[in-house]
Design a protein around this ligand. Structure first.
Ligand SMILES: [Zn+2]
Length: 376
């Protein structure tokens, strides 16, 4: 199974090379703005066609090497497509900050000592912070993809996409099943083979979200360009903060379970699509985005730990009795957080019901997968 993640490191070009690198990055972002002008007016998002109309100028005027010219086109098409999937209007994408996207082995390479990159005036090699990168040099498991050089606060950073190739845990080798229900009151409620329930409280997140929301509202009322800039910065800080939380939760979920664990999540892709049309700043987009982020983090951490993740149909998971399977909306008393089965009388805290049902769906999935193996 293939999985892609992004490694972020700081690079340290020496004084002579700083200008070379910066000049190339400026040329790259200027070239992006040029291609963006073409795309903005023509609405052309086809790689071949955009390349055909812009390539000569990218080579002659911006002096970009051939590979980099193609990367520029790819970068800009990517920005417009991202805006489109986020439900944003057709707006002009500007590239003010110096940046550069690089193809592995053509524009850049990296080994345990140096990061090597092609500039418009020859190749340079620089030191970088290897911490956290060591594992990716294991070629049997990882391979490098495109990388992006970013310049921020007088520092250079490299975002490298790393492809991970690990054979996924097979269903026949699953020895433990855990269901994880995601929510607002508890970020995650888990129920597993050992019959135990674990909760990851959502209180801090709820409070802090409220704090960010109030701050945004105040700034919106001010309505100046600088307040709009602050709103954007706050949004980015909030995103990073959610990513940190998701990192911690997924780590805890993976490390508190043995090798051979099957994690069962609700498949919320339907919900994601339903909210895509909603405005970008809408809370629901935020929530679905953070679910998706958690899912991704859990998936790759599970892979690295000999575990796996499946997603199941989310319908009725909070209304179904985990003991007798009876489905009824009024089984659940949302106000008092009590689940009471109208059929068999089973009673429990309602926050664990979703997780118990996901656990049950995980067991059903395994039974089905076993019987399809024995039929072969
Ligand atoms: Zn029941």
């Amino acid at each position: 199974m293939e999985f892609v993640k992004t490694a972020k490191i700081q690079i340290h070009p020496n004084n002579d090379d700083i200008q070379l690198l910066l000049n190339s990055m400026r040329a790259y972002s200027d070239a992006c703005t040029f291609v963006s002008e073409y795309i903005f007016t023509t609405k052309d998002l086809n790689q071949v066609s955009v390349q055909k109309h812009t390539y000569n100028k990218l080579r002659d005027e911006y002096k970009l090497p051939s590979q980099m010219a193609c990367n520029v086109v790819r970068t800009v098409i990517g920005s417009y497509k991202t805006n489109k999937t986020n439900g944003m209007n057709w707006i002009f994408c500007k590239y003010n900050a110096p940046q550069m996207t690089l193809s592995w082995n053509r524009d850049y390479s990296i080994n345990k000592d140096k990061f090597s990159v092609g500039t418009l005036n020859g190749r340079i090699k620089c030191n970088y912070d290897i911490k956290g990168m060591e594992q990716y040099f294991d070629k049997s498991t990882y391979s490098f993809g495109t990388a992006k050089v970013v310049y921020k606060h007088d520092k250079f950073f490299l975002h490298i996409s790393v492809k991970m190739n690990i054979s996924e845990l097979s269903d026949a080798n699953v020895t433990n099943v855990v269901g994880h229900d995601r929510g607002i009151r508890f970020l995650v409620s888990s129920y597993g083979s050992n019959g135990k329930t674990a909760f990851y409280s959502g209180n801090i997140v709820k409070q802090k979200r409220g704090h960010y929301k109030a701050l945004r509202k105040q700034l919106q009322q001010v309505g100046t360009p600088s307040s709009r800039k602050r709103i954007k910065a706050i949004g980015q800080r909030e995103n990073r903060w959610i990513q940190d939380i998701n990192h911690c939760i997924s780590k805890a979920l993976v490390e508190s379970n043995p090798k051979g664990t099957l994690h069962v999540l609700e498949d919320l892709s339907g919900i994601r699509t339903a909210t895509e049309a909603v405005k970008v700043h809408d809370r629901y987009v935020m929530v679905s985005w953070s679910y998706y982020d958690l899912e991704q983090k859990l998936m790759y951490k599970a892979l690295e730990h000999g575990q796996k993740v499946i997603k199941v149909d989310p319908r009725y998971t909070s209304q179904t009795c985990p003991k007798c399977g009876h489905v009824e909306a009024c089984n659940r008393d949302k106000v008092n957080h009590i689940f009471y089965c109208k059929n068999c009388g089973y009673k429990s805290n309602d926050d664990r019901i979703g997780a118990m049902n996901l656990y049950r769906k995980g067991i059903e999935y395994l039974v089905e997968s076993q019987s399809s193996i024995s039929e072969l």
